[in-house]
Design a protein around this ligand. Structure first.
Ligand code: G4P
Length: 515
């Protein structure tokens, strides 16, 4: 592999609250890269939401994307071609662990904010996941063609709520009815809307006179906030802020150019004490998601591998850490926006889809020499817990197998209470529960119902053995084991967690668990 091929990759995701405009922006980014030819192809909005990755029945029923997909496009700058790998995360309110895990496979993220709404709950949650891994973030304040909140208020909200330095790179000249365009600080040019629908038609006006009121504000925005600092951005301490309208195709070019210019190329990935750099000769990668049931008659699965190092070639033998013996990867899939194409080679930062029959699990490392183990792919404390009730009580064994399988795959988490036989499943989003019931029935022929559980969340416990034993003796009714036998505290509320934490300072109550 040449190091320039790894340097030319930008693997990123878009994080946002539903309706902020992620789908519209994705469309415009793909259009810029020439990956699709018609806006609206990514997902028809409104009543008929559909994606091209509508593989699962449930996705089609609900018209939403349960699972994330991968889109690749290219853009050439001064003769150098940059390959963008955009990992899509479900844009629905019912996000799942998939969304979180996808963020472990990216090197940077775009945070889309609705100019009228500012930071919303899901933006914030996803931001926190990015922060856990120091994923650098570029902010895009969207919908400036509509009446929004004052620019300074938005900038200060981002800075305060997320405890980040903000560095505006542009200034919207008016919003809504007064919208005149976007002033780019780097060039001093104003991109103006034109034409009957005021779509952006490519006109940039470098000599435009800025209305006086805006000139002052724009200057304040430039001097009143920190200057862009590449290192601070890449450490996740500073976010450059762009303004625009995905719908009117404003500010999108600036945004993608910023990704090309500033966003980090593939980063080294943690593997225990070590970190594996993209320059390593050996092909290594990790599975961050498994998508099943593309064809209900076959137990076909696609495991998504984020490549970390080496140059992958079709037919190569890689050893999954969970299996121990090598598999030949004959028909890997590279995901393009339009077609899924068979990949011949792939570089660090690329995502490869590997068809398999359930041998590859989320969290597995794949490598040529089977010496590396990537770490840091977490399970997240569930926010919804349910008891699983069998319709046919003789199917206990099948249910146990199914729950173990599905939790290994990362669809749900399962908790086996220390007292009583009623198993509990935990998820981060409601939709995962529907996926569970539908897969139990379709794949395992197990009919089950979900009932409320008297718990609100769970925490993995760690600490000195004596303390844990003592805690266990006192709290058995609120303890369970996860599929790996780890001790888990089942909490009735967030207050319950805090209370126990205060009472037991030597025990760690962890909201994440490494796989
Ligand atoms: P999401 O994926 O983040 O959930 O958001 P999506 O792109 O689907 O956009 C949500 C709504 O916001 C859509 O309107 C979309 O047209 C609108 N929108 C996105 N970007 C902009 C923008 O820059 N300016 C304005 N004014 N609106 C924008 P909708 O009514 O739900 O759908 P549609 O029927 O208009 O397509």
């Amino acid at each position: 592999m040449t190091s320039s091929s790894a340097n030319s990759r930008r693997t990123f995701a878009i994080i946002s609250h539903p309706d902020a405009g992620k789908t519209t922006l994705t469309e415009k980014l793909l259009l810029q890269g020439g990956a699709i030819h018609l806006a609206g192809e990514v997902k028809a909005r409104g009543a008929a939401r559909r994606t091209r990755s509508d593989w699962m029945k449930i996705e089609q029923q609900r018209g939403i994307s349960v699972t994330s997909s991968v889109m690749t496009f290219e853009k050439t700058y001064d003769g150098e071609t940059i390959t963008f790998n955009l990992l899509d995360t479900p844009g629905h309110e019912d996000f799942s662990e998939d969304t979180y895990r996808t963020l472990t496979a990216v090197d940077s993220a775009i945070m889309v904010i609705d100019a009228a709404k500012g930071i919303e709950p899901q933006t914030r949650k996803l931001f926190e996941v990015c922060r856990l891994r120091s994923v650098p973030i570029i902010t895009f304040v969207n919908k400036v063609d509509r009446e929004g909140r004052p620019v300074f208020e938005l900038l200060d909200e981002i800075a305060d709520m997320l405890a980040l330095d903000v560095s505006p790179q542009m200034y919207p000249v008016g919003m809504g009815g007064q919208f005149e365009g976007v002033l780019d600080f780097a060039t001093g040019a104003i991109a103006r809307p034109e034409g009957p629908s005021k779509e952006f038609l490519g006109k940039r006006d470098a000599d435009a006179e800025l209305p006086e009121a805006f000139a002052e504000e724009a200057e304040l925005a430039q001097i009143g906030y920190p200057e862009f600092d590449l290192e601070a951005y890449r450490n996740g301490d500073l976010t450059p802020v762009y303004f625009g309208s995905a719908l009117k195709n404003f500010g999108v070019t600036e945004l993608i150019d910023a990704i090309a210019r500033h966003a980090p190329p593939p980063r080294p990935q943690p593997a225990g004490e070590d970190s594996i750099a993209p320059e390593r000769d050996e092909v290594t990668g990790f599975i961050f998601k498994v998508q099943a049931n593309m064809d209900p008659n076959h137990r076909d699965r696609i495991a998504f591998m984020r490549q970390v190092s080496g140059t992958f070639k079709r037919g190569m033998k890689l050893t999954p850490s969970g299996l121990g013996k090598p598999i030949a990867v004959h028909s890997p899939i590279l995901f393009f926006a339009q077609d899924r194409e068979i990949a011949d080679t792939a570089e660090p930062g690329d995502i490869i889809g590997i068809p398999n029959h359930g041998t590859l699990r989320v969290g597995d490392t794949l490598s040529e020499k089977n010496e590396v183990r990537f770490t840091g792919l977490p399970d997240f404390a569930p926010e919804i817990l349910r008891r699983v009730q069998l319709v046919d009580p003789t199917k206990t064994k099948q249910l146990r197998k199914a729950l173990d399988d599905l939790s290994e795959e990362g669809v749900i988490q399962v908790f086996y209470p220390e007292i009583g036989g009623q198993w509990i499943v935990g998820v981060v989003g409601q939709l995962q529960l529907e996926v569970l019931i539908s897969r139990l029935s379709a794949e395992y022929k197990v009919e089950a119902r979900l009932e409320p559980a008297p718990f609100a969340t769970a925490r993995w416990l760690a600490g000195p053995a004596a303390k844990l034993d003592e805690f266990e003796n006192f709290n058995r009714a609120n303890l369970a084991r996860d599929r790996d036998g780890n001790l888990v505290f089942m909490a009735k509320s967030g207050w319950d967690v805090n209370y126990q934490q205060e009472k037991n300072p030597e025990i760690q109550f962890s909201a994440t668990k490494e796989r």
